[in-house]
Design a protein around this ligand. Sequence first.
Ligand SMILES: Cc1cc2nc3c(=O)[nH]c(=O)nc-3n(C[C@H](O)[C@H](O)[C@H](O)COP(=O)(O)O)c2cc1C
Length: 190
Amino acid sequence: MSNLRLAIVIGSTREGRFGDKITHWFADQARSHSGFDIDVIDLADLPLVAEGPQRGPLPAEFKEYAERIGAADAFVFSTPEYNHGYPASLKSALDLLGQQWWGKPCTFLGYGGISGGIRAIEQLRPVVGELHMADIREAFIAPFGPWGFFDKETGEVTDPDAEATVAAVLNRLQWWALALSDARKARPFA
Ligand SMILES: Cc1cc2nc3c(=O)[nH]c(=O)nc-3n(C[C@H](O)[C@H](O)[C@H](O)COP(=O)(O)O)c2cc1C
């Protein structure tokens, strides 16, 4: 049986962002998890915000993005918290596609100040539900991520439980990804 494909989407596109650092660390953890092949999709590489949602044929510059999302069996959305919400880049990336999301599970990697991105994550849950995704209960959050997730001198992760938490989140995501992958094969989601 081939591995499930996990797309990890970096939601922050800001100059000098923290998002790429914590997301690549998360992706490294996910690579050591035997259940998934990992594809990291960086929204900074896409002209999403300017384009806005599409109806009808997708412009050519989004074809590769659509294919990578369509090939995935599960998603992790990495999100910072900006003014208690999630970035426009992430909303644009979600709105741009349709059936590529359908019938697949997702979770979140949140970070920010005191909330660890929880308020952004809670706002994303109804959005992914509208796109027929199954958001799982477990998520990874990093309160004060930019200021303390990595030790300033050694670069090591300061939370001793972080790796175990990622593994627990991915184990749950894998359960849903397997179940929904089988379900989509048995009955195409339409
Ligand atoms: C415009 C702006 C608004 C922010 N609002 C919040 C907030 O409401 N809650 C929070 O916990 N952190 C907030 N922060 C802190 C960010 O979540 C934190 O700086 C994070 O690193 C931003 O992600 P990025 O560096 O990947 O872009 C805000 C930061 C910015 C730039």
